[in-house]
Design a protein around this ligand. Structure first.
Ligand SMILES: Nc1ncnc2c1ncn2[C@@H]1O[C@H](COP(=O)(O)OP(=O)(O)O)[C@@H](O)[C@H]1O
Ligand code: SF4
Ligand SMILES: [Mg+2]
Length: 388
């Protein structure tokens, strides 16, 4: 924290311009971990002062700046924000899959172990078993030339209990006289047909895949996007990770499938006590499933609070603008707004509020110095001078 910025806010400072404050004072300035006190004893993940720049031909792009967050066991948090906010970068940093040109600085603790200090071997023990990830495009994560049942078997065989499972028995594959085009294509692919372990079918059933015995024998391209995403969820959850990262897992799906998948994820997570970070550009999706919402903009956390607080009492002008961009109900006929302007160039250093160029409430003080994330009401944080 720069000393220069400290003078802007002092703990207990009277809040100006904010009529709904419960006590009219800022309860806590949170330079490090905003939710620390709420998650004491239950803490699973702690991201401390995480900054990250990408080396680009045009200079260093600051994708994350002093990100601080804690996550409790079993908590369901959504990270929302427009494209370019740094959401995927944060998720990739947590699971250690950053590209080579990424330069992270800070700490990420999982149960007290600093993930940024892990070597390749250390990551092997964490990835999949402790932290799982579901990506937006399942086809890029599933092996296109391996049957989904085999792939699921593979993850089951790497189960965290260390028990190696013999996942399938080989048996000669039969041919059918009424083959479809995709059946014919599969003839060209490696064949590992046979009897899959009951666990594979059980997991496909858990993610509500009808006729799991037949689906297990299919290749990814023979499934719909929704089905593939279900397989990905089954693969990620079958390893019973403590933390599941889901980066835009339903964005490519139609609205109905989206809702089904989200509900399914929530149920399974409740069952096996997994914490989840859902990354989405869609506040509507976040509101449907998350317990808590973190709003990011240009690499910074702008607001952090319970889903109810964010939905009914959004504080930050950016969150308010995002809320206006999404319909209150599926049947709503209201005209939706868009936020004028775009995220600033991350290669340029911005002195004050990064949202200033797009904010209707901007004043000189907003551009004077770094803006701190402050706790405005219990468990509800905002980074905006309106709450100083
Ligand atoms: N590999 C990369 N190299 C350079 N810049 C990157 C790279 N990946 C992401 N960025 C930049 O980092 C910023 C944050 O990106 P990202 O984390 O993907 O945002 P989001 O997921 O919120 O859309 C963007 O400006 C993006 O262009
Ligand atoms: S700090 Fe100023 S510019 Fe930034 S969101 Fe708040 S009012 Fe708007
Ligand atoms: Mg992204």
């Amino acid at each position: 924290m720069s000393q220069a910025s400290l003078h802007l806010v002092k703990e207990g400072t009277k809040i100006r311009n904010w009529k709904n404050s419960p006590k009219g004072i800022i309860r806590q300035i949170s330079p490090l971990t905003p939710q620390m006190q709420r998650t004491e004893g239950q803490e699973l993940l702690r991201v401390e002062d995480l900054s990250l720049s990408y080396q680009t031909t045009g200079g260093m792009a600051r994708a994350l700046e002093n990100v601080n967050l804690t996550l409790s066991k079993k908590e369901f948090v959504a990270i929302v924000g427009e494209s370019g906010a740094g959401k995927s970068t944060l998720a990739l940093a947590i699971i250690g899959l950053l590209p080579r040109n990424a330069k992270p600085d800070g700490q990420i603790y999982l149960r007290g172990n600093n993930l940024l200090k892990l070597n390749d071997k250390g990551w092997e023990n964490v990835r999949g078993t402790e932290i799982g990830m579901i990506f937006q495009e399942p086809l890029t994560s599933l092996n296109p030339i391996e049957k989904v049942g085999d792939q699921l078997s593979e993850t089951l065989s790497q189960n965290s209990n260390g028990k190696k499972v013999k996942a399938y028995d080989y048996s000669p594959g039969g041919s059918s006289s009424s083959m479809t085009i995709s059946d014919r294509i599969t003839m060209l692919l490696p064949r590992r047909e046979g009897k899959f372990l009951p666990e594979v079918h059980e997991w496909l059933r858990k993610v509500r895949i009808p006729d799991p015995e037949s689906v297990a024998q299919r290749y990814p391209f023979q499934l719909s996007g929704g089905m593939m995403q279900r397989v990905m969820i089954a693969m990620a959850l079958s390893q019973r990770p403590s933390l599941l990262l889901a980066d835009e897992p339903t964005t490519a799906l139609d609205v109905t499938t989206q809702a089904q998948i989200l509900k399914l994820m929530k149920n399974l997570i409740d069952e096996q006590e997994t914490a989840i970070i859902l990354v989405t550009h869609d506040l509507g999706v976040a509101v449907q499933v998350a317990d808590r919402i973190i709003v990011m903009y240009a690499g910074e956390i702008m607001e952090d609070g319970s889903t109810e607080n964010i939905f009914t009492n959004a504080l930050h002008p950016y969150t308010k603008a995002l809320l206006k961009c999404y319909p209150k109900s599926a049947k709503s006929k209201e005209r939706l707004e868009t936020i004028p302007g775009s995220i600033p160039d991350l290669r340029q250093e911005i002195k004050g509020c990064k949202f200033a160029d797009r904010c209707a409430y901007v004043s000189n003080v907003c551009r004077a110095d770094k803006i701190k994330l402050v706790e405005v009401e219990e468990g509800h944080f905002a980074r905006c001078t309106l709450f100083y």
